[in-house]
Write a protein that binds this ligand. Structure first.
Ligand code: ATP
Ligand code: MG
Length: 470
């Protein structure tokens, strides 16, 4: 074996990181459903043409970053560097025009040969969404609202800025393109080599060049805003007013562009200054010309994509999972008893920590490590009496509980905890933890919390209450 290291720019997602990334992806999926977006998936590799044609042969992704190879059948194949092209291809392959408007979200790995650094990998993950078949600005507003909703739910909103620009319609673009090419031609000798190559094919892309010399030229370049026709201005006005309607602030950034001709009107990025150089976490816009560029019917489209690793850096930690119940068998008969009990509880949706070996002390230690909320010690006498010692591990309190009631108590506890978990994970505005209180009320348990907001010790209070009532 050549090396035990993963390939440069790729990473193993160990359980903690994987859990965090799943949390982000699942949050995006669930929020998508509130807006009517269904998750779909396209293959991780496609014919090279799918990307080369849609991303354009002067984009960085195509010229420098694609993982392309010839497969054993002699086909030119590329590992997908982004999600939109594959979805547009799938839209045509599957005759999805019939379902218009098509509202889909996706999640999965993307591949780009880039210089690895913080927030930049060669295999990374994106969440994304596409809306196909809607030419009204209402689609753009919904898309941005959906993206913002995810960032809010992940608790990131305070450190995010929405940057917004318009690329106008094809007529405005053509007008702007001409003056832009003239302007840069006048400074040809000062342009970077990359930008010289872009000048004829893709001049707008020069506007977001990272080259210092280019940036100086760009600072004095003519502004797109001065070349927008009436329709384009109207569309952009609709967008900014619509964002006002849904309470989303933005900053205008006239340098924000997408290079290719099929992009139009809306162009946006959600950025942060908490990640150093890699500040864009979510980027999107309108691409009404994409599907026709690929040989399909004229189809309006708008979407965004976000880097999951960058979001994960910002989120930091995934919300804790449910705390398990530890079963501690003492002796062979108890092993069998606990095995059966564990299966029953797990099938009822209750997390159970059941060790494989060891004495009571060792097992209790393991229960602690697993963050168990309570431990049930089972020996011969417990099996005989059908009553168990239930220890609340945070409080070193113990209760004597009949087996059948234990199962009922834990089911109730699970139900209430999951209401609580939903609230905590979505950081929903619930000053009185309304839903949870309602649930407690329905179970005559409201007094558990008194009038104050639930304390950190709510799990213990609740369990104790459930154990000691009736
Ligand atoms: P950048 O300017 O950072 O290279 P980009 O314009 O290439 O970004 P897009 O193609 O718009 O990025 O992809 C959308 C999002 O995917 C980015 O905003 C970022 O969060 C994420 N992303 C892109 N490339 C990478 C990468 N190599 N590693 C990690 N995340 C990435
Ligand atoms: Mg890039």
């Amino acid at each position: 074996m050549a090396s035990l290291q993963p390939v440069r720019g790729t990473h193993d997602l160990l359980p903690e990181q994987n859990r965090l990334q799943d949390h982000i992806a699942n949050t995006a999926r669930d929020i998508g459903e509130l807006y009517g977006y269904q998750r779909m998936a396209t293959p991780i590799f496609e014919f090279t043409d799918v990307f080369a044609r849609t991303l354009g042969d002067t984009s960085d992704v195509v010229t420098k970053e694609m993982y392309t190879f010839e497969d054993r059948g002699g086909e030119q194949i590329t590992l997908r560097p982004e999600g939109t092209a594959g979805i547009a291809r799938a839209y045509m392959s599957n005759g999805m025009q019939q379902m218009s408007p098509v509202k889909v979200s996706y999640y999965g790995p993307m591949f780009r040969y880039e210089r690895p650094q913080k927030g930049r990998q060669r295999q990374f993950h994106q969440i994304g969404a596409e809306l196909l078949g809607v030419e009204q600005v209402a689609g753009d507003i919904e898309m941005i609202g959906y993206g913002a909703h995810i960032l809010k739910t992940l608790g990131l909103w305070d450190s995010i800025t929405l940057e917004l620009n318009t690329l106008g319609d094809p007529e405005s673009r053509a007008a702007y393109r001409d003056v832009l090419v003239d302007y840069f031609k006048g400074h040809f000798d000062k342009l970077s080599e990359d930008s010289r190559n872009r000048l004829e094919k893709n001049p707008l892309r020069i506007l977001d060049s990272k080259d210092e010399g280019d940036r100086e030229l760009v600072a004095n370049a003519p502004l797109f805003a001065d070349y927008l026709n009436a329709h384009s201005k109207e569309f952009f006005k609709g967008l900014t007013e619509g964002l006002g309607d849904i309470g989303i602030n933005y900053e205008l950034n006239p340098r924000l562009v997408r290079g290719l001709d099929y992009y139009c009107h809306t162009c946006f990025e959600f950025t942060t200054n908490t990640l150093g150089a890699q500040g864009t976490v979510m980027a999107g816009g309108r691409y009404d010309g994409l599907i026709s560029t690929m040989g399909g019917p004229q189809t309006a489209g708008v979407g965004w994509a976000a880097g999951v690793e960058r979001l994960a850096l910002m989120v930091g930690k995934s919300p804790a999972g449910p705390r398990p119940v530890a079963l501690i068998p003492m002796g062979d008969a108890a092993e069998a008893k606990c095995r059966a009990l564990a299966q029953t509880l797990r099938e009822a949706g209750i997390a159970v920590e059941l060790g494989y070996s060891g004495n009571m002390k060792k097992r209790l230690k393991r229960a602690d490590k697993a963050r168990a909320i309570l431990a049930v010690v089972v020996g011969d006498s417990e099996i005989e009496s059908g009553r168990f010692q239930v220890k609340l591990l945070d409080r070193s309190e113990a209760f004597d509980v009949a087996e059948y009631r234990l199962i009922e108590i834990l089911k109730q506890f699970r139900e209430l905890s999951s209401v609580k978990a939903v609230q905590q994970n979505t950081s929903s505005k619930s000053p009185n933890d309304h839903q949870w209180r309602l649930a407690l009320q329905n179970m005559d348990l409201l007094e558990v919390l008194g009038q104050e907001s639930p304390s950190t010790d709510w799990e213990n209070k609740l369990l104790q209450k459930l154990i000691t009532t009736n």
